[in-house]
Design a protein around this ligand. Structure first.
Ligand code: NAD
Length: 499
């Protein structure tokens, strides 16, 4: 495995079944955030003409792919799931090298793609519609799912294989063709996923991948008139533009965006369990999950012992190269993210918060070549502070205090995001009350805010999303359109609402 570390992948776009250079002839580098000297790959920096070629290929392929029976389409997904299982270890290692998260988490990212492949392969023999009685005699009524056409997909770097799989697999089983533009920080993991689909037997042109930066390669995908639906996961800032542009083109658009997720710890909670959950929720994936626990709301009665334990455990977390066995937290993905964490700590201190641990870049010998930021805990945080309202997307967690469950829920809901929330309590009544009143798309009881399973809907409310869901059967609703079919076998004109 050690030798693989030094391989630099030279990749091209996949358009209409051919691996081609970008028409721009420009490229960009994919570097290891734990070690800037390690060049993981060189990828095409594509432009609008490359996107147009990919869309044309997808449009052509749609005419035959939509007619392939869904169970046959599903067989390809099933084979992709098997191939991913066989390749899991190598893909996970490459993912850690590419974006930094520790190896067990990269394995789980690939596993999520495997789970999605098998789950969506099962849908090939379901894709249920409805039959319903007609109001007229000798008439049959049903609704069936139809594919939407060419789907454009734009994905972020933090789940570089799982998130593309959440989009590609449901879209494909429904009979759509796809053009995907993955994040510029993690092109290799998306490439691995697409290569797996090709190896599994996907016909040419059904999936096309165009690498490059957002404004040059992402924007033309959103704007292209032959892209019939857009699925975007990323920041709220970019998502807002994607949503507005898609709306102006009258195309369906699914947006999955940021979060500012709260964990509530009641006075009757199992404190050890809650501390364990907080560490995982706040510092797993270096805090770079949309569901990361970024606000911990503590009942005043347990605030002190919880804080002591959390600070002590966070200070002991081993931060380093995610490929190393004993490392518990990897680097941030790039210099820009480090700068964001640093800036938010500065803002929090200026607002009056207290820094309990971390708050700075790690620059010792082991950390110097990478983007390492210390696990950071801030206390004395008030709900209205920017640090309690805005997404940091780094290993920075805030501690707030409350007196009652009602107040905790009010604080939890007082942000513009609505992705995930959790509560630690041994009181079943309070657990159910929180489940009902937390304004988020995901609620955990006695678990941290992270850790979705692929067969349940994933997404949020408020500024986190625009009402669609990934995962579960909800994903099928985005990648299909309903067609209502009436079959009149009465042999005479029957008029609805009249006869
Ligand atoms: P980002 O918005 O910067 O980039 C996301 C993608 O959009 C990338 O592929 C990027 O190249 C592309 N992009 C950038 N500008 C564009 C433009 N003008 N037109 C079209 N495409 C453009 O986000 P990021 O930094 O990659 O990811 C982090 C964000 O993603 C966080 O806010 C996080 O919460 C969010 N996220 C949300 C979910 C979810 O399901 N809710 C999951 C993971 C990440």
């Amino acid at each position: 495995m050690a030798a693989a570390k030094h391989i630099t992948r030279q990749a091209n776009n996949l358009i209409g079944g051919k691996w081609v250079r970008a028409r721009t002839r420009h490229t960009f580098e994919d570097r290891n955030p734990a070690n800037a000297g390690d060049l993981v790959g060189v990828f095409p920096a594509s432009g609008a003409h490359d996107v147009a070629d990919a869309v044309a290929a997808a449009k052509e392929a749609f005419q035959s792919w939509r007619l392939v029976p869904a169970p046959k389409r599903a067989e390809i997904l099933f084979r992709a799931g098997e191939l991913l299982t066989a390749r899991k270890e190598q893909y996970a290692r490459d993912m850690t090298r590419e974006m930094g998260k520790v190896l067990i988490e990269s394995r789980s990212d690939v596993q999520e793609a495997i789970d999605t492949a098998f789950y969506m392969a099962g849908e090939g023999r379901r894709l249920f519609g409805q039959t319903t009685p007609s109001e007229l005699p000798n008439k049959f009524a049903m609704s069936v799912r139809a594919p939407v056409g060419v789907c454009g997909m734009i994905t972020p770097w933090n789940f570089p294989m799982a998130i593309p799989s959440w989009k590609l697999f449901p879209a494909l089983v429904c009979g759509n063709t796809c053009v995907i533009k993955p994040a510029e920080d993690t092109p290799l993991s998306a490439l691995h996923l697409v290569e797996t689909l090709i190896d599994a037997g996907l016909p040419k042109g059904v999936v096309n991948i165009v690498f490059g930066f957002g404004p040059e390669a992402g924007a033309p995908l959103v704007e292209h008139p032959d892209v019939t639906a857009i699925s975007f996961t990323g920041s709220s800032e970019v998502g807002r533009w994607v949503g507005q542009t898609a709306a102006a083109c009258m195309k369906p658009c699914s947006l999955e965006m940021g979060g500012k997720n709260a964990m509530i710890v009641m006075e009757d909670a199992n404190l050890e369990l809650a501390v364990e959950g907080a560490l995982w929720g706040a510092f797993g994936t270096t805090g770079q999950r949309c569901t990361a626990t970024s606000r911990i709301l503590l009942h005043k009665k347990i605030a002190r012992p919880f804080t002591q334990q959390l600070v002590e455990r966070a200070g002991r977390l081993r931060v380093g190269d995610g490929l190393k066995k004993d490392v518990q937290m990897g680097p941030q993905v790039n210099e820009q993210q480090i700068e964001t964490s640093r800036r938010y700590v500065e803002i929090a201190l200026w607002e009056g918060a207290t820094l309990l641990t971390g708050g700075k870049r790690l620059q010792g010998k082991a950390h110097a070549p990478g983007c390492f930021f210390a696990p950071t805990i801030l206390s004395g945080v008030l709900p209205t502070m920017r640090i309690a309202q805005e997404e940091v997307f780094g290993p920075v967690v805030t501690l707030l205090q409350f007196d009652s469950l009602e107040q905790a829920i009010e604080i939890a809901n007082s942000v513009s995001y609505g992705l995930s929330a959790s509560i630690y309590t041994r009181d079943v009544n309070r657990g159910y009350q929180a489940m009902r009143d937390l304004e988020t798309g995901i609620v955990y009881i006695n678990a941290p805010t992270i850790g979705a399973e692929v067969h349940l809907p994933f997404g949020g409310v408020k500024q986190t999303g625009n009402g669609h869901r990934e995962g579960g059967i909800g994903a099928l609703d985005f990648y299909t359109t309903w067609k209502s079919v009436y079959v009149d076998y009465s042999d005479r004109l029957q008029r609805a609402q009249i006869d």
